[in-house]
Design a protein around this ligand. Sequence first.
Ligand SMILES: [Ca+2]
Length: 208
Amino acid sequence: MNRLRVSFAAALLLLIAGPAHAANLAVNGGFETGDFSGWQTFPSGTQSVGGFDPTEGSFAARLFNDVPASASLIKNANIGVGVVTPGVLLEISFDARGATAAGGVAFAELFSEIAGGGTSQSEILGGGPLALDADPAVWTTFTFLAMAGPDVSGGITIQLAAITGADPSSVSDIYFDNLQVRVVPVPAAVWLFASGLGVFGWLKRRAA
Ligand SMILES: [Ca+2]
């Protein structure tokens, strides 16, 4: 039992000594190639990369969807293979602005990908449509914490979407920039979850 505790303490110390900032896993997340390199695109309406008052660098992406009941999607697909492990905490952030009408919305989604196809988990980040600023010129930075699924052998996919409703006048005209995807540094995750595992109680007992 003692040896187990010592090993655990050593592992904890190693984890705490780890890098404070994990690498950004997004590929061309700021669109600074001037195009959709690194992204998979599934247009409805038009998709473009340009100097749309970007928050980062010189370029941002625009998804202009005026086709009723349709989805305009861009995906940073299958990123972080071998880096993202099952159950790790991910921090996903990006900037968005835009205008919607008659049921148009914007979504961001996370998929945990299985190598060879399929997903082990999917979730809408924030649980619903992105709460964009009412002023289409004003960017909002969205930051989400989400857990990787049980199988991420195919990495993870971040999907950004401009979705229209059934109304013929429905529009979703959304700009995105500066996608960043990071594995949350282990210490933060350790302290977050350790509290639930009684580690603090153990430390307290040891100190006493
Ligand atoms: Ca940019």
